[in-house]
Design a protein. Structure first.
Lengths: 254, 649
């Protein structure tokens, strides 16, 4: 079953202001099946983050059609989209995006609070997720008192509280050291394997990408190629590095 | 491009924050100047209609200075907060502390000077209007508006002092801080560390406890306790504003569904209240003080007539010495007696002002003696007194006189070298003579004793003439003429006694009339009421600006927060509701608190006059003023909400 479908997505910046026009995405089509673990890679400025923002409904495309779980999100209004996001989509960001004035636990339940779920349900969900991602001891702490890895695990838990159909992650390991990166990617693996949730992430990090089942490479607003994991993670890692070399360009950076 | 040019370019791009800072300072100078044009107006003092105008305006003046201190230092802090991270950046790029201080001094110096110039010009224009309105509203159109040196001096000096202190403080801290501290400071984290629900509960208990204590101890207390409990209330208020949201959150956590539903609002409020404690405190206290003050003043103003009648049982009273250089009784009568306003009653009451040397020490004590016959005539009582007996008579309504009725006291008069002692036969408190200075307490003796004392004791004889006319409100003209004549005569008359402690001729021989008292009350409380109302508007406007500036100085943080929430999936409508709830709390909590405290204070103060329920006019005035405040604050709230929503959504 296809959960996410994008058809000829075009995004042009600077069109209205009449200044220099930049074409960030020039007609990208892709589809993601339920339970898939997909990474999008590409050089800086290739349009990765723009694509993710459009796919997740944070940004609007200039043209093109996207559907998530059968809903055409490009036709939704701003507030409709917001409601859709918090019910159907989970988000993980590079800079964690936790609220400083809330404790870890409160940050996790925030989407449920917005959904006006019952207190018992929230408590239960927090306990399950905290157990899964091993953050029980820090539930009462504030974000500035915990490590980056812990913050990101909090953010992952938050992304999952409303049982979304799909999780979008924008450079989830970008601000983390390698040990914390491993922990986070293992979290995503758990999400896919145990919770059967689809994960779509954008990353620079080949190590992070190697955890995925499929990697899509984009360059200059087009899909360049994609590879699917067949063997072990190590083999897949080498494949990704090879593919990036093909993608080439001086802008490539790890 | 030199570094200077870069700094200048940055300043030009961010002209808005300089403009706001400049406007705040300019307003401060302007308000100060407007106030001082009333405070230092010499004609008001000369007009003699408002003797104590400077004394009466002293309290508002202090309030204005306190407010200015807060206002300027806050405006400065907001300005500096925005500049600090920039300074940090400059310093990492290699700008020395010296350069930073020079920049800071230059900026502030220019803004300060411009503020003074524009503030004074603005003040000069608006003060004329303000003065005219003020004088017209209290019926003193004849007092001219003018400028003098003190007005300029005091407004500029006060502003400069406060401004320099604020700049000095910033300079000190900028020089002390290192680069890294200037660059980053996690204010949220710092604020959350200050959480103490226990302390919050303590603050609430302290505030309400102090009010209760005040209420129960007021009737039998002196001024000291009033002050003590007021300090208690204020400290409690501060702690409550700072910590009570933490306390309430702790309570709310007991009810999880309730707490979770308001999670965002409560935590955000907790942060905001800690961040804005001083300013919320300022708003609350200003609201409280101005409501109490204006309510009481309006009540006094409205009761001018009642007070004039109560204070002056007769329409006109004149004290005259029995010396040859004097206004004759006939002359006085002929002045007062007008065809359209004839004399209805004329009473003469001889008095004897006795002056006795104290044995052993240097000094005198004086007594005003009247005869029992005159007293009976005055009060239509039937008192009888024997030889060597006296009654202590206090010219005051009995409820204002303490119950110190020590009967059988002895009073001695020196007659020649002998002492003649009198036995007290009671005390009478009744208001039957106008308020005349030196004539408040009397010794009543019988007619024979009165004559005896007048003839033999040391002192002088005088006469109180009391007049009632058809309509006292039409006596303004005759009172003025009489007043001039009385003054003229007493100036030329020989001194009573050239001794310390004895009132001079001018002081003693005087007149007191209903119309004068009425006009005095009406003018002084009227002018005070107008000044306080004017100041309240300034305070209100000023505190709003402060609250607004402070809220909007963290706009970037707010935007970032709502951006995060937007990504999680918050709708614009929900954001609007959050902002609305948050701002409503921040704007109305101080109002509700201030009004409640003001009400309690007014109610407590009203126990002196029989409680607030027996004085519906006080209650009415309170409701009028409080609802006026509510309307203004609601206006501010809607404005701020609209601004905030358009900036964030």
């Amino acid at each position: 079953m296809v959960i996410l479908e994008a058809d000829k997505i075009v995004k042009i910046y600077g069109e209205t202001s009449g200044e220099s026009v930049t074409k960030a995405l020039s007609g990208i089509s892709l589809s993601v099946k339920q339970g898939e673990f997909v990474a999008i890679m590409g050089p800086s400025g290739s349009g990765k983050t723009t694509l993710l923002n459009i796919l997740s409904g944070i940004d609007k495309p200039t043209s093109g059609v996207m559907t998530i779980a059968g809903h055409a999100i490009n036709k939704m209004k701003r507030d409709e989209l917001a409601l859709f996001r918090r019910k159907q989509i989970g988000f993980v960001f590079q800079e964690f995006n936790l609220l400083d004035s809330l404790t870890v636990k409160e940050n996790i339940i925030l989407p449920m609070v917005l959904e006006k779920k019952s207190a018992a349900e929230m408590e239960e969900k927090v306990q399950t997720l905290a157990g899964l991602f091993e953050i029980e001891p820090i539930l009462q702490k504030y974000p500035y008192n915990i490590s980056g890895g812990q913050q990101q695990r909090t953010a992952v838990s938050r992304a999952l509280v409303n049982n979304p159909g799909i999780i979008f992650a924008d450079e989830p390991t970008g601000n983390l050291d390698s040990k914390s990166s491993t922990a986070i990617m293992e979290c995503f693996e758990k999400i896919v394997q145990e919770l059967k949730t689809t994960v779509l992430l954008v990353t620079h990090d080949v190590f992070a990408a190697s955890y995925c089942q499929k990697v899509i490479f984009i360059k200059d607003g087009h899909i360049h190629s994609y590879i699917v994991k067949k063997g072990s993670r190590k083999e897949f890692l080498n494949q990704i590095i090879d593919n990036l070399a093909v993608l080439g360009g001086r802008t490539y950076d790890i | 491009m030199t570094f200077k040019q870069i700094v200048w370019k940055m300043a030009k791009v961010q002209y808005k924050k300089y403009l706001i800072y400049f406007l705040c300072n300019s307003f401060a100078v302007m308000f100060f100047f407007m106030f001082s044009t009333v405070y230092f107006n010499e004609r008001i003092i000369e007009a003699k209609k408002l003797d104590g105008i400077q004394d009466a305006l002293a309290v508002p003046a202090v309030a204005l200075v306190v407010f200015t201190v807060f206002f300027i230092s806050y405006a400065h802090n907001v300005f500096m907060k925005r500049r600090k991270s920039e300074f940090g950046l400059f310093m990492t790029l290699g700008m020395s502390h010296r350069d930073i201080s020079k920049l800071l001094l230059l900026e502030n110096g220019v803004i300060g000077l411009c503020s003074i110039v524009t503030g004074i010009i603005g003040g000069a224009i608006f003060s004329r209007l303000f003065f005219l309105l003020l004088m017209k509203s209290v019926g003193l159109e004849e007092i001219p508006f003018h400028f003098n040196g003190s007005m300029f001096l005091y407004s500029i000096a006060t502003f400069a002092l406060v401004f320099l202190a604020a700049v000095g403080k910033s300079l000190f801290f900028t020089l002390k801080k290192d680069v890294i501290q200037s660059l980053r400071s996690n204010r949220t984290a710092e604020t959350i560390k200050l959480k103490s629900p226990l302390f919050g509960g303590f603050g609430l208990v302290m505030m309400f406890g102090s009010i209760l204590m005040l209420y129960f101890s007021f009737s039998k207390s002196n001024g000291g306790e009033l002050l003590l409990w007021t300090i208690g209330v204020l400290i409690g208020l501060y702690i409550s504003l700072n910590q009570s949201v933490s306390f309430l959150i702790e309570l709310a956590k007991k009810n999880k569904p309730f707490y979770y539903r308001r999670l965002l609002l409560l935590t955000s409020l907790d942060y905001k209240f800690k961040q804005l404690t001083s300013i919320l405190m300022l708003v609350t206290v200003m609201i409280m003080v101005t409501i109490i003050y204006t309510t009481l003043l309006l009540t006094i103003y409205q009761s001018s007539e009642k007070d004039a009648i109560e204070g002056n049982p007769y329409d006109i009273a004149i004290v005259q010495a029995k010396t040859k250089n004097n206004l004759s009784s006939e002359e006085i009568s002929s002045i007062i007696n007008k065809q359209d306003n004839p004399i209805k009653q004329h009473l003469k009451m001889p008095i004897f002002y006795s002056i006795q040397t104290l044995p052993g020490v240097e000094g005198y004590f004086t007594n005003v003696v009247i005869s029992v016959d005159d007293f009976n005539k005055l009060t239509s009582q039937q008192k009888q007194l024997q030889e060597r007996e006296y009654i202590n008579y206090i010219n005051e309504a009995p409820e204002y006189v303490g119950n110190s009725n020590d009967d059988h006291q002895e009073l001695a008069f020196n007659i020649g070298s002998k002492e003649r002692t009198y036995q007290q036969k009671g005390m009478i408190a009744v208001k039957s003579i106008n308020n005349l200075s030196y004539l408040h307490e009397f010794i009543i003796v019988n007619q024979a004793e009165f004559e005896l004392l007048k003839k033999n004791a040391d002192g002088f004889a005088a006469e109180i003439q009391l007049f009632n006319v058809a309509n006292w409100k039409n006596t303004a003209d005759v009172v003025e003429i009489l007043d001039k004549k009385v003054k003229h005569y007493s100036k030329t008359a020989p001194q009573i006694a050239d001794r310390a402690g004895i009132p001079s001729q001018q002081e003693f021989f005087q007149m007191a009339s209903k119309i004068d008292s009425y006009q005095y009350h009406k003018n002084s409380s009227g002018i005070l009421f107008c000044v306080i109302s004017f100041l309240s508007v300034i305070f209100f406007f000023g505190t709003f600006i402060l609250l607004y500036l402070n809220l909007f100085s963290e706009l970037d943080l707010e935007q970032a927060k709502y951006q995060k929430l937007y990504k999680i999936g918050i709708t614009a409508r929900e954001v609007k509701r959050f902002i609305s709830n948050e701002l409503a709390t921040l704007f109305f909590i101080p109002l509700v608190l201030g009004t409640t405290l003001a009400y309690l204070y007014v109610a407590i103060l009203a126990t002196d006059v029989g409680g607030i329920m027996k004085n519906p006019e006080i209650l009415l005035h309170f409701v009028i003023i409080a609802s006026g405040y509510l309307c203004i604050q609601a206006g501010y709230f809607f404005y701020a909400r609209r601004k905030m929503c358009t900036n964030i959504i």
